[in-house]
Design a protein around this ligand. Structure first.
Ligand SMILES: [Zn+2]
Length: 361
């Protein structure tokens, strides 16, 4: 709002000095208030009222430089006023109550001048206790809070239902293309492991990243799903690991690697030796694991634009699913599925999205 062009504000501004009326004499002011005064209307939110009824004037209020005060009074022909209310203009005034008219025959108020108020401090809005943010709703991979219901559990999860670029998808009928390879700049990391109630996650020490199309994405963590989330030609495999990366601008990039049963994966053994069987905080194990060792030999990958595969299913995630899988033993797989029997979201519609398969190592 442009106050200069607001008639009411102009009126109030003109009255800014009229608070001096209260400076004349508190007793006079109290007398003017009268015994039959009707209660004042509730002030607008932007106005902090200061009642001018302090007969003792024990705590004079000193007008400060830059302070804007106004007096609004109900005019009475018998007495000069039957109610006096001084307000501090804190923001903008939207009063439309026509029964309140300005007082005009008053003295000019001066900075430093004292006026008599019931309370030296303006009335302040009640402090509203901060409300702790509600925890995100509980979700599962099956049942009443399963994937089909995720989008209904919370408005924050709406993308799970309404999103058009959701993950995972079936990786088939890809467009073959020569795209720039993912550059992996990974270093070994401690095993900062947790069971977050949905999967086993290993938070990665800072400093490891990938570069895709000239953009750096830092490796935050890797975690597991069983069965796999992505399918190839309609077929899920035993499991999948997701390496989650984030760029400085907040964009997420995930590298997915499918996992099939085979010999024991020695690189994963130190992780598997420390699987937390119940939900809990991060535990750091000093043994170093290099995420590079968890990748397949081939650099080739499927690429598409997708989402998180868990609530809130946020979109804008760059997906890279490696064409080659890695292996874990049946015993390793069971150790995970004993904790999380199912941890994969069903395949989502691809819609009009392009799926690219890199064909050049
Ligand atoms: Zn995942």
């Amino acid at each position: 709002m442009n106050m200069k062009h607001n008639p009411f504000f102009t009126a109030i501004t003109a009255l800014s000095f009229s608070a001096a009326v209260l400076g004349i004499n508190a007793n006079q002011s109290a007398a003017m208030t009268g015994t039959n005064a009707t209660p004042p209307p509730t002030p607008e939110v932007a106005i902090m009222p200061i009642m001018a009824t302090d007969a003792s004037c024990a705590t004079p209020y000193v007008i400060k430089k830059g302070e804007t005060l106004a007096v609004i009074a109900k005019r009475n022909t018998g007495n000069l006023f039957d109610y006096v209310n001084i307000v501090r203009i804190t923001n903008e005034i939207a009063r439309t109550d026509k029964t309140f008219k300005p007082i005009t025959n008053i003295n000019i108020i001066q900075v430093g001048q004292k006026i008599c108020l019931a309370k030296a401090k303006p009335v302040v809005a009640p402090v509203v206790a901060p409300v702790a943010p509600a925890p995100p709703p509980h979700w599962e991979y099956s049942g009443a809070t399963g994937p089909a219901k995720w989008g209904d559990l919370s408005s924050e999860f709406a993308a799970c239902k309404t999103g058009q670029e959701q993950s995972p998808i079936d990786l088939s009928k890809a467009t073959l293309n020569d795209v720039s390879n993912i550059h992996f700049a990974y270093q070994p990391s401690k095993i900062n492991i947790l069971n977050n109630g949905h999967t086993i996650q290993v938070n990665y020490d800072a400093g490891s990243y990938i570069v895709v199309d000239g953009k750096r994405y830092d490796l935050l963590q890797y975690h597991f799903h069983a069965p796999s989330e992505h399918s190839i030609n309609g077929k899920l495999v035993d499991a999948e690991v997701h390496f989650v990366h984030k760029a400085a601008d907040g964009q997420l990039a995930v590298v997915g690697v499918l996992i099939v049963q085979g010999p024991e994966n020695a690189f994963l053994k130190p992780v598997w030796d420390n699987l937390p069987t119940s939900e809990g905080p991060v535990r750091s194990i000093s043994t170093l694991v290099d995420a590079l060792d968890l990748l397949p030999p081939s650099d080739l990958s499927y690429r598409y634009n997708g989402s998180l595969t868990t609530p809130p299913c946020s979109e804008g995630v760059k997906w890279h699913v490696m064409t080659q899988s890695i292996q874990i033993s049946a015993k390793q797989l069971k150790a995970f599925t004993d904790i999380f029997p199912i941890s994969n979201r069903p395949i989502q519609p691809r819609n009009t999205r392009n799926l690219v398969l890199d064909v050049t190592p």
